[in-house]
Design a protein around this ligand. Structure first.
Ligand code: NDP
Length: 575
């Protein structure tokens, strides 16, 4: 939320109401163009679309014999979730740990997303996991992709996670063997691995998606998705683009980081925009070595906790807000959010020279309807003579011919077309069919609504832990949420080991409590319905109240988790 909710020297309410009416108009325009919600996208990369899933960072996988062994803990996915949880398991003496990963190395998001300009958008000192444990201080406020990827590899080395890891392998089926009390995992390489504990660590945004655009298969030029950047085509420094006409579809967080670099390198760049992102100041800077040298052990956790507990002035303000009515609270927060968005508009006017382009870049929606972006080079890019914004005003590109995208009867011939169209969001069982104790698939179990404890445990799926799924508290610094889940999972596994239990399964009544907790905190405002469509509100689709994230706030999520942990044994069944 934007910060200042005090009412001193505020413009009249009519000013805010007028802007809110414009937000509603922009949302309706966009929804009118997009009746299909999430169905407008596809992640089925087969046939002509198969090339969009292939890995440009590694040679084709060499043949290997199928694996049919048993480990104690198996991670599906080798990104941050697996790495930070595995570290906690090692601290608790777990030796047999395997990562099974689709990519050719660990790193997850940071393995796949190597587009130019990739960097974290949350200060590195909060975002990169295990900094204390690794004795590492990132080189800058916003570490760049290669540094984060190297940190992932360093964690895997430090905790011996390469030893049993299996790369270029996708888990396709995970089924509970009742007799053996083990999970049996099948993969696309013919494996049949067994594991006592399975942790779904496949990430929140791991499967790229493409907008379903008529004729996209007919495009005769070169094309790829941002998460599969092909440096063999562009050149390591994008030097091969000097004589190329490049187009990029989408202006979300990935595109906002890539576009400034493309603008500098390409002969001509067309940006095909459907909805603009809100671009805030980044203010990146190198780490002050004197500050780094003064950091005390435990500094990262202390820093993260300080953020979630809130600053003293935030607490004082919250206490003041508690005294006013709910409607008034919402009104003040909305007005503060509008002030923030108008500051974003003002910056565009100050930076972008062409007034038509500047207007087209202005986001007309409430702060946090879409993921805020931060890049100091993005807006100036539109002042370059070789960069052209093609604003589709909410309609999007709906047709692509052999030469390139078409919009309003005009064709845009391109050498290279880049899809910055995002990812499937928080799908449990991505690429994978998960069958529990009674043989039912997890998404069948969720058919009447998602049921979990903390988004991590579902009754009937013993020894299975889900990270980054729904019913958890999604927060801007995702890695802190993942670390909280990872610490909890490691404690659960430790407890099961200590008790000599073959199974640990959440009690139905504890799960029911959490589902009610999730429902109680959803639908407090009409915010989701008021927002312009995007992945934060399921592209404007209706959603059952429990089929989303826990909205009670991360501090509350964290606190609940610790309360349950204080008496872990009474919330689980052991077999
Ligand atoms: P997004 O889903 O945020 O963006 C997809 C973009 O494609 C949107 O601008 C969308 O427009 C546009 N689009 C889709 N279809 C069409 C079409 N037919 N014509 C024109 N435009 C179209 O994906 P990103 O990869 O940018 O980001 C996903 C998430 O990944 C981020 O929100 C963030 O959480 C994470 N991320 C984090 C980064 C970091 O921390 N540094 C960097 C990059 C990503 P519309 O808005 O209208 O739907």
């Amino acid at each position: 939320m934007a910060d200042d909710v005090s009412q001193s020297a505020a413009p009249p309410q009519a000013y805010y109401d007028e802007i809110k009416a414009k937000f509603a108009e922009a949302r309706d325009l966009r929804l009118g163009y997009r009746p299909h919600g999430t169905a407008q996208y596809t992640s089925d990369f087969t046939g002509a679309l198969a090339k969009y899933a292939s890995d440009p960072h590694a040679e084709p996988a060499p043949e290997r014999a199928p694996i049919a062994d048993e480990v104690e803990v198996l991670f599906i996915g080798g990104g941050f979730s697996a790495l930070l949880t595995a570290a906690r398991l090692r601290e608790r003496g777990v030796e047999s740990i395997r990562i099974v990963e689709r990519g050719a190395d660990v790193g997850g998001t940071w393995y796949w997303n190597r587009y130019p300009g990739a960097a974290c958008d949350v200060p590195s000192y909060d975002y990169l996991p295990l900094l204390d444990e690794m004795g590492y201080v990132p080189s800058r406020l916003y570490a760049k992709g290669p540094e984060i990827y190297a940190h992932c590899q360093a964690i895997a080395k430090r905790y011996d996670l390469y030893e049993l890891a299996v790369f270029r392998t996708t888990v396709t089926r995970t089924a509970w063997d009742r007799a053996a009390k083990l999970w049996v995992l099948e993969t696309d390489r013919g494996d049949k691995m067994r594991a006592k504990f399975v942790i779904c660590a496949n990430g929140t945004l791991s499967k790229p998606k493409l907008s379903k655009i008529a004729g996209m298969e007919s495009f005769a030029g070169y094309s790829f998705h941002t998460s599969r950047w092909d440096y063999a085509y562009t050149g390591r420094e994008l030097e091969n683009l000097a004589d190329k006409v490049v187009g990029i579809i989408g202006t979300g967080a990935s595109a906002v980081q890539a576009i400034p670099r493309l603008g500098k390198a390409a002969k001509q760049l067309y940006v095909f925009q459907r909805t603009p992102s809100g671009i805030d100041i980044r203010g990146d800077r190198p780490t002050d070595p004197e500050w780094a040298a003064r950091l005390e052990p435990g500094w990262q956790q202390a820093r993260r906790m300080k953020h979630i507990r809130g600053r003293p002035e935030d607490l004082a303000r919250a206490a003041e807000l508690a005294k006013i009515s709910r409607e008034e609270k919402i009104r003040r927060q909305e007005n503060a959010n509008i002030d923030h968005m108008m500051r974003i508009h003002q910056r565009i006017d100050e930076i972008v020279q062409d007034p038509e382009t500047a207007n087209a870049l202005k986001p007309w929606y409430m702060f946090m309807c879409k993921r805020p972006c931060f890049d100091d080079d993005y807006l100036p890019t539109y002042n370059l003579p070789n960069v052209k914004l093609v604003d589709t005003k909410g309609k999007g590109i709906t047709e692509i011919g052999p030469e390139g995208p078409l919009f309003e009867g005009k064709s845009y011939p391109l050498d290279l077309l880049i899809y910055a169209t995002g990812f499937e969001v928080q799908k449990t069982g991505i690429y994978n069919e998960i069958r529990g104790r009674d043989g039912r698939e997890i998404n069948e179990v969720y058919a009447d609504g998602i049921r979990t404890l903390f988004g991590v445990h579902t009754h009937g799926f013993p020894n299975l832990f889900i990270m980054g799924g729904y019913q958890a508290s999604f927060q801007f610094n995702l890695t802190f949420m993942l670390q909280t889940q990872g610490d909890h999972i490691a404690e659960c596994i430790k407890l099961a080991r200590e008790r000599g239990a073959a199974e640990i399964d959440v009690k139905p009544e504890t799960e029911a409590w959490w589902v009610q907790e999730v429902i109680a905190h959803r639908g407090k405002t009409s915010r989701n319905a008021d927002c312009t469509p995007g992945y934060y509100n399921f592209e404007g689709e209706f959603n059952r109240r429990q089929d989303g994230n826990y909205n009670g706030g991360f501090f509350q999520y964290y606190t609940h988790m610790h309360e349950i942990r204080d008496d872990l044994a009474s919330h689980f069944l052991f077999g």
